[in-house]
Design a protein around this ligand. Sequence first.
Ligand SMILES: Cc1cc2nc3c(=O)[nH]c(=O)nc-3n(C[C@H](O)[C@H](O)[C@H](O)COP(=O)(O)OP(=O)(O)OC[C@H]3O[C@@H](n4cnc5c(N)ncnc54)[C@H](O)[C@@H]3O)c2cc1C
Length: 430
Amino acid sequence: MSGDRSLSAHRDPSRSAHDAVVVGAGIVGLMTALALAEDGRGVLVLDREGPGSGTSAGNAGILAFPEILPLASPGLLGQVPRWLLDPLGPLSVRPSYALRAAPWLLRFIRASGPDAFNRILSAQATLNRLAEPAMDAAIVRAGLGNHVSEAGTLDLYDGEDAFRRADADWARKRRAGIGFEVLRGRDAIEAVQPGLAERFHAAAVYSAAGRQVREPREFTQALARHLEGRGVVIRRARVEAIRPVSAGAEIVLGDGAPSIVAPFVVLAAGAWSKQLAQTLGDRVPLESERGYNVTLPPGAFPLRRQLYFNGHGFVATPIADGVRIGGAVEIGGLDLPPNFRRSDAMLRKAQAFMPGLRAEGGRAWMGHRPSMPDTLAVIGRSRASRRIVYAFGHGHLGLTQSAATGRLVADLAAERPPAIDLSPFSPQRF
Ligand SMILES: Cc1cc2nc3c(=O)[nH]c(=O)nc-3n(C[C@H](O)[C@H](O)[C@H](O)COP(=O)(O)OP(=O)(O)OC[C@H]3O[C@@H](n4cnc5c(N)ncnc54)[C@H](O)[C@@H]3O)c2cc1C
């Protein structure tokens, strides 16, 4: 043990002047801080790198409230063998990580059975129904309206057969009350987004209500500024462990900083939450689904709205004044270096799908989606203490579900009945 560490171990913890401490200043942690502050609590947020530095910085920015389908589905599993053959395709497992990922992958496969699928679908639909009004309210109250655009979403398919294969999924969405319009023929598709390749000639789905944030990092940081303006303290600190104590929880900090004791603690450290939950005796099967993208400068393509390239595992979104091309899933843990050949491969495909796309000057990025094998987030109390609550594991939908998560955590803090049944999101469900 280094001199510094033994010194810190002997320092007395300082009792926080705050009612609640949130670990993690990604979009989930910050939306949680907002909800707690709106309930009248004094909030301290700790992040080792500062607000919006993790996965919330570089995502596609889509407020994907209609995305209620579990990731593990019988339909998806059918495509997996073909995808796995292509190391740069929509889904891959890094060979050196395959053994460590095996338990998560087995649980993922188990979640695709019909019973599990329907149960997860229903829970995700319930959370997303809460997510939309919760996000609207947060945007208004935090003055973030100018960070959001409403231009709709276009789902594209390679021909009639590919569209037919998605029939059941669209029917499920319709039954859940999600509105959309099927576009037939190339002219109808071109009217919504000109300049697409011939292959998208048969059918597409247009969702006029599709919304997105213009730039996810700026959105997250603007929220952080709003929070500071209303008295929330955001501090840089690396959390090493959390322990239950009679007064709430002790947060053990790295780098020789004295630990902090607070009456209520929220763990919202995204894909890095697993190790911290483990310090509390909770073993959650959280894995990083690594995702990649490239952000092209203004003028790259006259993109009017989000495009989903179904069957290819990536999207194109207007970001700030440029275009972000990204998606894909790579199972490879938190520590292996990124393989940016993946983002290059998506960019090449995008050039084929959007002829005229100018691929120069792009900035590549890799982020860690905090993902549970059953697609559902973890929102609930730690086994160690009622005063320690988890808010992580939102996978592909962390931005979308962040404000709802904040509301639910605030309910738990106040001992109010939560707005939805939280049992499908329990940390102890596995
Ligand atoms: C390519 C890609 C595209 C995506 N597109 C979308 C989309 O369009 N819509 C959508 O809803 N979601 C999308 N997502 C998912 C979304 O980005 C995530 O679910 C979300 O950002 C997770 O937010 P978070 O706050 O939980 O985690 P993060 O944003 O990762 O925040 C966690 C924070 O915890 C901090 N931290 C970690 N460990 C510690 C520690 N020990 N001590 C102190 N601080 C610590 C980190 O510094 C970080 O700031 C996408 C993800 C990817 C990768």
